[in-house]
Design a protein around this ligand. Structure first.
Ligand SMILES: [Zn+2]
Ligand SMILES: [Zn+2]
Length: 203
């Protein structure tokens, strides 16, 4: 189960779109009402995404994975900006749609392209929560992207190596989570793997 969590005001249609698309991977996807949380900013007025993730890790969610969406420019110390952030194997991921929009670069609005980037970025960050690190395969969604061009160049899908890692990760998590939390997370992993397998077949 996946919870989409708007932090502050976020266009509902974007969230609905993510829910619709991510259901294919995660099965049960819910959209929570927007929450207001204390944000930390850097000197350029950007939200520090790692602080936000730290805060969200203590947020009482019932879903196994949480995708936070914040409509503000985000970054971490030492870089100009980021599109999203997640802890490896963690519960929460955060994405920012701000720099995924063509209008941000003073180009003509391209809504379809924006939604594609939004979904790609969501899956990329959720990939990190599933234990995936950055991938060197040019077409794999787990390839690191520092610009929207790089996002556009890669595919929305995970490469076979990454899928194998998810399989391995799920397997290693299986026994551990099973012992600690009962069936819940185990079922989540099964669902994700089933969906990923189906998607991979369609490729
Ligand atoms: Zn990444
Ligand atoms: Zn890959």
């Amino acid at each position: 189960m996946l919870e989409i969590l708007p932090v502050g005001e976020v266009q509902y249609f974007w969230l609905e779109y993510l829910r619709y698309e991510l259901e294919e991977y995660f099965g049960d996807v819910t959209i929570s009402p927007p929450i207001e949380v204390p944000l930390s900013f850097n000197e350029r007025g950007q939200v520090l995404a790692d602080h936000l993730l730290d805060y969200l890790n203590n947020y009482p969610a019932c879903a196994e994975k949480v995708l936070a969406v914040i409509n503000r420019d985000i970054t971490v110390r030492g870089v100009d900006y980021i599109f999203g952030l997640a802890a490896l194997g963690g519960r929460c991921a955060v994405i920012s749609p701000v720099r995924l929009r063509e209008v941000y670069y003073n180009r003509e609005c391209d809504y379809e392209l924006f939604l594609e980037r939004l979904l790609k970025e969501a899956l990329h960050e959720l990939g990190h929560t599933l234990g995936l690190t950055h991938c060197s395969n040019e077409s794999c969604n787990m390839k690191f992207s520092s610009t929207v061009y790089e996002i556009d160049r890669k595919s929305i899908l995970f490469c076979d190596d990454c899928l194998n890692t998810v399989f391995g990760y799920a397997k290693s998590q299986d026994t551990k989570i099973y012992a600690a939390n009962g069936e819940g997370d185990k079922n989540l992993m099964r669902t994700i793997l089933d969906r990923l397998k189906k998607i991979q077949k369609r490729k």
